[in-house]
Design a protein around this ligand. Structure first.
Ligand SMILES: Cc1cc2nc3c(=O)[nH]c(=O)nc-3n(C[C@H](O)[C@H](O)[C@H](O)COP(=O)(O)OP(=O)(O)OC[C@H]3O[C@@H](n4cnc5c(N)ncnc54)[C@H](O)[C@@H]3O)c2cc1C
Length: 476
């Protein structure tokens, strides 16, 4: 690098992951450089997860565990306390705030604030660029990436971080005519997913997890009174959180990294022990979480595949729980019969003018049942297989052989620093990723508690490599 040139770190994606990577770089900057944050759907901060417009769309983690910085809950609590005295706090202030499940859009504002605060007194400069990165080229040595945006402009940098977040769900039955119909919503997070529905219409969701919960809550909120049918392979619903914070559990699973079957047995034993002591199963599940990355990496590819096939659905409904307030609404929808959950497989769909016919093969039965709905919403959760996403940047990286799919086809293949591994098996010198695209490497990489650690670690790594190679101790 020319010593007179101002270094530039480009970050593609300004959800929580990209924004916090930027915030760490800015907070710790010991010399001038530029952080260029590129986002195709501003604002800069909330990302897909925390843009949810409705107040009923709550975080699925209590506030005490949602601070942007890893060193304790104070940063978020301080922001909430300051906001509580304002005209429109957006939450119920008072005691018990630590156990509260905040509205997601409020959390999005907090991420925006965190980014702005980090930029305020920094020696580095934050540039926000509204645009979609569609292609990345680098020089022959694999350094100095040039990011091309959809409008044709180019941004050159010393390195690029791909904080691309969760990819849209993949359509479970391919790309037939029904999928192209306006009665089919391929992206449940698109604000048009429920547009044009009448109050009595039938809505069918493919999937019965937290995304389905979001859709059912949104329908209820807008006065929809028709049937909601959720179809998923196992017909399982996410478990609810408890209203109050629970005592923590010291897991005996520590250091035990046997097969997936052995892990599940150990968890069951811990749950039995906990309940003998009058404790809930939830702290047991939570106690495993910090160990997931080491357990996952200790498993062979075959064992990981076995976990995904046989245990994933059960693990996820216990691990990704819904806020108690949301669980109450879902409970009353189930009780009144407005929400019905079916365990089965979608065998086919055909779209007519007024409705979609969905053929469902119930679990354990050979008979096909036809359900007619005014709208089908794909709630299968974020797409994870890069080869199946239509994202132009991801397709470009695969075509240029700058990236390849991660283990089991999940996310990107990377080294321990998050450097993309190219088709030739070598880690990139200048392209990095973190957050949800690391699922193949770490599995537990999609929620704030893990991502905030990754953003801090990557910022330190980038600063050492690209901004002040001579710096030590994490200052940039
Ligand atoms: C609906 C939902 C609710 C969630 N709720 C919680 C929760 O309560 N608690 C929790 O811990 N976790 C939650 N999560 C998990 C979530 O993955 C993380 O918390 C975190 O928000 C992920 O942030 P991200 O920035 O990696 O991804 P995203 O939020 O997906 O942001 C990625 C951003 O990158 C942008 N982008 C992508 N490609 C390009 C491109 N080529 N050019 C320019 N911009 C681009 C996108 O527009 C987007 O804004 C939730 C996830 C979802 C989907």
């Amino acid at each position: 690098m020319n010593p007179h040139e101002t270094p530039r770190v480009a970050i593609v994606g300004a959800g929580f992951t990209g924004s916090l990577t930027a915030a760490h770089l800015l907070r710790n900057a010991a010399r001038p450089f530029e952080v260029c944050l590129i986002e195709r759907h501003p604002p800069f901060g909330p990302g897909t997860a925390f843009k949810a417009p409705l107040p009923c769309h709550l975080l699925n983690v209590p506030a005490v565990r949602m601070s942007a910085y890893p060193d304790g809950p104070q940063h978020l609590m301080k922001w909430l306390t300051e906001r509580a005295s304002g005209p429109d706090p957006g939450f119920e202030a008072g005691s018990g705030l630590e156990a509260a499940f905040l509205p997601r859009r409020l959390y999005g504002e907090y991420v925006e604030h965190t980014l702005a605060e980090a930029a305020q007194d920094s020696r580095a400069r934050l540039t926000r660029v509204a645009g979609e990165a569609v292609s990345i080229e680098s020089d022959a040595g694999g350094t100095r990436p040039r990011i091309q945006l959809r409008d044709g402009s180019t941004i050159a940098a010393q390195c690029a971080v791909l904080a691309l977040g969760n990819f849209p769900p993949v359509d479970p039955i391919g790309n037939g005519a029904a999928v192209a119909s306006i009665r089919y919503a391929t992206d449940p997070w698109d604000e048009r997913a429920l547009e044009g529905l009448e109050a009595q219409d039938t809505v069918l969701t493919i999937g019965s997890n937290l995304t389905m919960v979001d859709i059912a809550l949104a329908l209820d909120h807008r006065g929809h009174r028709g049937p909601i049918v959720a179809v998923s392979r196992h017909g399982l619903l996410p478990q609810p959180h408890r209203k109050s914070l629970l005592p923590s559990w010291s897991s005996r699973v520590e250091g035990r990294t046997g097969s997936p079957r052995e892990l599940l047995r150990a968890i069951r034993e811990d749950v039995t022990l906990a309940s003998a002591g009058g404790l809930d199963w939830r702290p047991v599940v939570d106690s495993i979480r910090p160990r997931i990355v080491s357990i996952w990496t200790s498993w062979s590819e075959r064992e990981r595949g076995r976990f995904l096939r046989h245990a994933r659905a059960y693990w996820e409904i216990h691990r990704h729980r819904m806020a108690p307030e949301n669980a109450r609404v879902i409970g009353s929808l189930l009780e009144s019969g407005r929400l019905r959950v079916i365990a089965g497989r979608i065998a086919g769909m055909s779209a007519g003018k007024d409705q979609i016919e969905v053929r469902v093969n119930r679990r354990g039965s050979r008979v096909l049942e036809t359900i007619r709905a005014a709208r089908v919403v794909n709630c299968t959760g974020p797409g994870t297989d890069l080869r199946r996403t239509k994202d132009p940047l991801v397709q470009d990286l695969l075509t240029r052989r700058l990236a390849r799919p991660g283990p089991l086809g999940l996310g990107f293949d990377t080294d321990r620093d998050g450097a993309l591994v190219g088709a030739d098996g070598r880690p990139s010198l200048s392209l990095f990723t973190l957050g949800p695209p690391l699922q193949g490497r770490d599995w537990e990489t999609t929620a704030i508690p893990e991502i905030r650690m990754q953003t801090e670690a990557l910022a330190i790594c980038l600063a050492r490599r690209f901004v002040t190679p001579e710096a030590h101790g994490g200052s940039i």
